[in-house]
Design a protein around this ligand. Structure first.
Ligand SMILES: C[S@@+](CC[C@H](N)C(=O)[O-])C[C@H]1O[C@@H](n2cnc3c(N)ncnc32)[C@H](O)[C@@H]1O
Length: 285
């Protein structure tokens, strides 16, 4: 399985460079990826710069609240995290994860996180949802600092429909929960949602974090006159027609017919005097 997943990531990383016509990077990555895989494998085997969660004494963590787990792993989903020595008050999303996902607490379920980075949130979820099987997908899948039999890391580039479709085809089982915490770019959020929402089980939940962050980081929305993901979701909720360059008619119909409910919430992180912690939970029929 490790080899199958590595091969998936490796092929897709190389295909992405070819599609972008980055031929030099393509050849560099042929060797670079193998080197990264071998060093990552050795790092994991000997736990160098990485932590094997399966070997940690669970007693220390099993009683912690989700927020305390986020704080422990220095994840910005918590009420605060440290950037160097600076304490930063952050998204404070645990309230909403508890509100909407608590029914999964002791269940076996499958979660995919887009934008898994070092795996801080997956490590927190590992202890909070002790039977969850998790997949972390990232543009650099070799960043993960936490390992476990319950965690898989894969490559995805959420700005590429081709890469998202390839990820969707690779994931054979249907998913219970998908979290998008990747690029936060307006178009990427919409195309990832349009492709991966179909991968959710009936009754599954698709979560989009920081869904309006591009209002503060303008480079994440270089598009003119495009509906935002929230505007699209509100139109679906209110059963109003809408236009988006990033959704075809068939996908629009699929979303309208398969979204059961949408809950929009707001966490606490302030940047440039604006709250950047809008989070949405989308429930599949
Ligand atoms: C905010 S961090 C995620 C933090 C992590 N989810 C956590 O809670 O600890 C965003 C991650 O998305 C990744 N990312 C950025 N652009 C991406 C893209 N186009 N496709 C996939 N991942 C991307 C970044 O490399 C980074 O690791």
């Amino acid at each position: 399985m490790i080899m199958k997943n590595f091969w998936f990531s490796y092929q897709n990383i190389l295909r992405r460079e070819l599609l972008k016509k980055n031929y030099f990077t393509f050849f560099r990555k042929i060797f670079g990826c193998i080197y990264k895989f071998v060093t990552r494998f050795l790092r994991h085997k000997f736990s160098i710069n990485s932590v094997n969660l399966d070997k940690i004494d669970k007693k220390d963590f099993s009683k912690l609240s989700l927020d305390n787990l986020f704080i422990n792993f220095n994840c910005d989903k918590g009420s605060y995290f440290f950037y160097g020595k600076e304490k930063i008050f952050s998204h404070n999303y645990s309230i909403f994860y508890k509100k909407y996902l608590n029914f999964l607490k002791d269940k076996k379920f499958k979660l995919l996180e887009l934008g898994s980075h070092e795996g801080k949130s997956l490590a927190s979820f590992y202890f909070y949802y002790p039977r969850a099987i998790m997949i972390g997908a990232n543009i650099n899948p070799f960043q993960m600092k936490y390992q476990s039999k319950r965690i898989t890391e894969l490559f995805v580039d959420v700005s590429s429909e081709e890469s998202l479709t390839s990820l969707s085809n690779h994931l054979d089982n249907e998913l219970d929960v998908i979290i998008d915490d990747a690029s936060h770019n307006l178009r990427d959020i919409i195309i990832a949602f349009s492709i991966l929402f179909k991968k959710l089980k009936k009754g599954g939940i698709y979560i989009i974090e920081d869904i309006n962050q591009f209002e503060v980081f303008k480079n994440l929305n270089p598009y003119v006159n495009e509906l935002t993901p929230l505007e699209i979701l509100k139109s679906i909720q209110e059963k109003k027609d809408f236009e988006s360059s990033f959704l075809d008619e068939e996908t629009k119909k699929y979303l309208i017919n398969n979204i059961n409910d949408i809950k929009i919430e707001q966490g606490s992180m302030i940047m440039k005097k604006k709250n950047i912690s809008d989070i949405v939970f989308i429930f599949k029929r």
